[in-house]
Design a protein around this ligand. Sequence first.
Ligand code: GYE
Length: 305
Amino acid sequence: ARSAFAGLPTLEVKDTYKVGFAQTESNNPWRLAQTNSMQAEAEKRGWQLVYTDAAGSAAKQVADVNSMIAQGVDLIFLAPREEIPLIPAIKAAKGAGIPVILLDRNVDQSLAKAGEDYVTFIGSDFIEEGRRVAEWLVNNKPGGGKIIELEGTAGSSPANDRKEGFDTFIADHASFEIVASQTGDFARDKGRQVAETLLQAHPDADVIYAHNDEMAIGAISAVEAAGKVPGKDVLILSIDGGREILQLVIDGKVAAVCECNPRFGPKAFDTAAAYANGEDIPGKIINPDNFYDASNAADLIDTAY
Ligand code: GYE
């Protein structure tokens, strides 16, 4: 037993495992790409995957984890929808002797910790994603601007961190102002509705920063409904980098996108195997993210999900 994982359940070395994957929702291509990557990797290794979809409800996701515990899975991969509500489920898994690996979303670090409550977090550096989008904006819009921010799911780590990274950078550049910031729940239609309302309240806004592709695509419809031209009158910025948004960058409707890589399968299963082998695992395993704008979107679109 290694000291770094003192209190955590261990994982036996076996030829095959039965592992859970508690997905948060399946309402966008990013989620589907993540699920496909997990299922493909399980199949490749001959591991059994118990898959659940919380359909956008943290309460259902808690129940999904509890049912995986009851089924006696060897390990649980969890994409916690929000930072706080899944913590009791993580602790219940630990109590039942089942290690948990967090995928793509993190939990509140004052309430649960890597190496103590769960093995590790695998995902992107969301603060850095937000910062890179803000930096691109400042470097490419010399006149400054009035920004509408469409936040992801309230209480989720990517929404909290993408806001922090972006807002902190913008705060140091006086010619830019965030005139409104509201959640669109990472969803296309909610993003469209919120963007429509905020564009009416702030007709002088000339930048929309969306925390994901789905809301950015919704924002394009809102800009057009307001009689404005996306990419000209209103500059649109996003995070995720799916094929659909890259085509919109090529078309000139979206200005810049920070990638958030959804292909977790190989790294997730490698990390579980390394844990079983007693290898040292850092508390955070950060995926590198690409960055797209008009200069490279056409070259890279075929690499996107
Ligand atoms: O950006 C979004 C998805 O948690 C990083 O969740 C993920 C985010 C991703 O629904 O599109």
